[in-house]
Each structure stands twice: as structure tokens, then as C-alpha cells.
Design a protein. Sequence first.
Length: 56
Amino acid sequence: MNQSRKKGWIDQHHVKKSPCHNLKMIDQLWHEASNGRFSFSVQNKALSKFRRSIKI
């Protein structure tokens, strides 16, 4: 068993295999629990902003 699975992390394999509604629920719960500071959607917005800033 690899380290990420031992620690309960979600890796690319799990994300690709997860139904969309599960990922949306995880995103919503994460967002709420962190008071809007962390979630998949927050990370996506930050990455998009970064890409625009360096014009990728």
C-alpha cells in the first residue's frame, strides 16, 4: 500500500474513478469546512488566475 492511501489522500486515480456527484459533494463540504479557503473549486480558480498572469 502506498503512502498516500495509508494517509487517506485522494490521488488522480481516485478522482478519475469517482462519480461527478461525489466530487461535487467533497468540494462543497471542503469549501464549507474551511470557510471558503480550500476546495477543488478554490484551487481551480487560483490555477486559472495564475495561468492568466503568466499568459499560458
